[in-house]
Write a protein that binds this ligand. Structure first.
Ligand code: AMP
Ligand code: GLY
Length: 421
């Protein structure tokens, strides 16, 4: 099979790494890729949100299967454009991608499916939104409806703060994403992520993970895209996963099919767990980043088989064989991230890193400059290791971190603390 992966981050490096281990992969192209991906696969310079350009490339290069990494091309309808051209794709249609691209859509689906989630109101004008907050009180969560690169969620501790967030959103702080606003009850509990593959009808769980959103040790400082992750998530026990499937995921899939927008691809189910009961925080229509890195490390070659089965509607008979182990990923970021950060630092020590099924440095924001790997993004490297215990995985990952020379880089030293304590 000739395979094309769309994307350029640590998630796509991990997907590429897993796909390449499967003998069914004859040739792998990643567009646009990064320095780490370049070392293991062909990279193509494509505008991945332009469905026509991707379809043309697929035809020219005789690609048999396309795996879409990030949400933006999905929300732009790239999977639809490819399917219309008869190409096999892993990733939902534009209509189904609303599960990430519109928070109001997701809340309406949850209502119709009876899936437990936070109580909410959906508003298209500031006065009604402010009045709702005044009635409900704080803490309360104010969300821009659309895609806002992870920044459109404000957890307001006071009514005044919530009113400020509402004014900002309707004032255009998040562009079109904030033209509609969802206001939610603040849920307490422990968060964990549940990953399932869907083929429009059937659902196969492929693992659990937790990430660390705050930039600083002890979960302090501003929110980021994720400073590290580990799998499995101990809080997401088999019993809770079963409840999440039967109360949240399967009813959602049935509702999507009923509306003529069956969901095919990976569904990232963000859960809040309290007193043994899961409630939905959010759906994403892609793998999490860096959650994908720990999932791929544990799944290896079979990742391709199950993604292929999802795309072909064969999940009813698919299964995942789990090693009874743990994986942990430490994100190395550029100083300043998540605000303005430095670019261009030359990273040393990578050629001494192990590249095994136990230890891998996945690249996120890197580029090649005169043959050297340089930092080109906020999150730069995803140092990932497996172990029989989470402690062993952490020890291995941090030993690699300490052997990497990244001037102007930093990482959290406490990834996994909740599960390790
Ligand atoms: P979202 O983009 O919807 O996942 O929100 C980003 C983060 O905000 C989540 O991962 C949670 O940590 C937090 N969050 C979102 N909605 C709620 C809620 N209703 N109650 C508590 N925390 C929330
Ligand atoms: N790590 C969180 C996300 O990918 O959205």
């Amino acid at each position: 099979m000739n395979i094309l992966i769309l994307g350029s981050g640590g998630r796509e490096h991990a997907l590429a790494w897993a796909v390449l281990q499967n003998p069914k992969c004859d040739r792998l192209v990643v567009a646009p890729g990064n320095a780490g991906i370049h070392a293991i696969a062909d990279c193509a310079d494509l505008d991945i949100s332009d469905g026509g350009a991707v379809a043309e490339f697929v035809e020219e290069e005789a690609i048999d299967f396309v795996i879409v990494g990030p949400e933006a091309p999905l929300a732009a309808g790239v999977a639809d454009r490819l399917r219309d051209a008869g190409v096999l794709v892993f990733g939902p249609s534009k209509a189904a991608a609303q599960l990430e691209a519109s928070k109001a859509f997701t809340k309406q689906i949850c209502d119709a499916a009876g899936a437990p989630t936070a109580a909410y109101g959906h508003f298209t004008d500031a006065d009604a939104a402010r009045a709702y907050v005044s009635k409900m009180g704080a803490p309360i969560v104010v969300k821009a409806d659309g895609l806002a690169a992870g920044k459109g969620v404000i957890i307001a501790e006071t009514v005044a703060e919530a009113h400020g967030a509402i004014d900002d959103m309707f004032g255009g702080a998040f562009g079109g994403a904030g033209a509609e606003v969802v206001i939610e009850e603040f849920m307490t509990g422990e968060e964990a992520s549940f990953f399932v593959l869907c083929d429009g009808e059937h659902v196969v769980p492929i693992g659990t993970a937790q990430d660390h959103k705050r930039v600083g040790d002890g979960d302090t400082g501003p929110n980021t895209g994720g400073m590290g992750a580990y799998s499995p998530a101990p809080v997401l026990t088999d019993a809770i996963a079963e409840r999440a499937l039967s109360e949240i995921v399967r009813p959602t899939m049935a509702e999507m099919a009923k509306r003529g927008m069956p969901y095919q691809g990976v569904l990232y189910v963000g859960l809040m767990i309290e007193d043994g009961a899961p409630r939905l925080v959010e759906y994403n229509v892609r793998f999490g980043d860096p959650e994908c890195q720990v999932l791929m490390m544990r799944l290896g070659a079979q990742a391709l088989d199950v993604m292929h089965a999802a795309a072909e509607g064969r999940l009813e008979t698919a299964q995942v064989n789990w090693a009874d182990d743990h994986a942990l990923c430490v994100v190395m970021a550029a100083d300043g991230y998540p605000a303005d950060y430095d670019k261009g630092a030359v990273i040393g020590g990578l050629d001494r890193m192990p590249e095994t099924s136990q230890e891998m440095v996945f690249h996120a924001g890197t580029a090649l400059k005169d043959g050297a790997v340089t930092a080109s993004g906020g999150r730069v490297l995803n140092v990932t290791a497996r172990g029989e215990t989470l402690a062993q995985a952490a020890e291995r990952a941090y030993a690699m971190v300490d052997a990497i020379d990244f001037p102007g880089g930093f990482c959290r030293r406490d990834i996994g603390w909740r599960a390790l304590k």
